[in-house]
Design a protein around this ligand. Structure first.
Ligand code: NAD
Ligand code: FES
Length: 273
């Protein structure tokens, strides 16, 4: 059992949970994830580690209640426990001094972009962050992103806060301004990551995305998380989750993620009643 040190909502349906997990806190690197099972009979879900405090022995995850298991996790309060956690898993983010690095978080994807932005800053990059959400109330980690950025931008689809438009429009504006950009990291919904890849492709800007296929074991055994990258099958849990955005087959990822939608819907309905 793992104790929850704190659990607070950052926005509607998005909860930040800090968990006592000293060994993971000590070992984890930016870009890695854990497999979590909220209760004894729950399914195992992959969640990227948003941060850790090795001194305190805690890791932080940020969860958007979407399916049954994430909703179950979001019901947890400070003082509750998590049944089991395995990790850190996955290949850490490739970090080096690229020069100017843009870290883009779309919606709850910001929770995953954040630790890598921290690592990029620590490696001496000039870090620009673009933090996009549908509306002001859904903007998360604004202060944290600002604190690691040399330049920080917020975008909202409805214009209620910051730049009015998608993260891709802000990125295009930065490119058009003549700013030299050496590296882009984009994490968020699949259409966003695909759109970012199309913005940077003509300029040859190295671009990395973090993929979120369905995972079962998280250790390369089941093949559930297979994705197509550069026409080859790769396992996101061990070969990724970060891949070259210009080589990812986003349609295949999106089709595979939709395969279990009827079952997921059924499960959410049963859980809500
Ligand atoms: P959202 O739909 O609110 O989008 C967030 C932002 O992404 C928008 O504000 C916009 O700036 C940008 N965006 C969205 N669609 C775009 C498009 N077609 N072109 C350009 N930009 C676009 O995001 P949300 O509701 O917070 O995200 C939920 C989705 O993100 C879920 O499907 C979830 O599975 C996925 N997700 C992915 C990861 C990952 O590792 N890649 C992590 C967490 C969540
Ligand atoms: Fe099973 Fe990746 S989740 S191989």
């Amino acid at each position: 059992m793992y104790n929850i040190v704190s659990a607070i909502f950052l926005a509607e349906n998005i909860k930040k949970i800090e968990i006592q997990a000293p060994r993971i806190a000590k070992k984890r690197k930016a870009g890695q994830f854990v497999m979590i099972r909220a209760g004894e009979h729950g399914e195992r879900i992959p969640l990227t580690i948003a941060g850790s405090d090795p001194e305190k022995g805690t890791i932080t995850i940020i969860v958007q209640g979407m399916g049954k298991s994430t909703r179950e996790l979001n019901l947890k309060e400070t003082g509750d426990t998590i049944h089991d956690i395995v990790g850190p898993l996955g290949t850490p983010s490739h970090i080096e001094k690229f020069g100017t690095a843009v870290s883009i978080g779309g919606g709850v994807g910001t929770a995953i972009a954040y630790p890598t932005a921290v690592a990029l800053k620590e490696a001496g990059n000039y870090v620009i962050t673009i933090n996009g959400a549908r509306t002001r109330d859904l903007v998360i980690l604004e202060d944290e992103m600002k604190a690691v950025s040399d330049e920080a931008y917020i975008t909202t689809d409805d214009g209620s806060y910051g730049f009015h438009g998608f993260v891709t429009q802000k990125l295009q504006e930065l490119i058009d301004s003549g700013k030299p950009i050496d590296y882009v990291l984009a994490i968020g919904p699949i259409p966003m990551m695909k759109a970012v890849a199309e913005v940077t492709r003509p300029y040859g800007i190295p671009t990395v995305v973090s993929l979120n296929p369905v995972m079962v074991d998280g250790t390369g055994m089941c093949g559930g998380c297979r994705v197509t990258v550069d026409n080859e099958t790769r396992f996101a849990c061990v070969d990724g989750p970060e891949f070259d955005a210009h080589k990812v087959d986003f349609k295949n990822l999106s089709d595979r993620n939709r395969m279990y939608l009827p079952e997921e819907k059924q499960s959410v309905e049963a859980f809500s009643h």
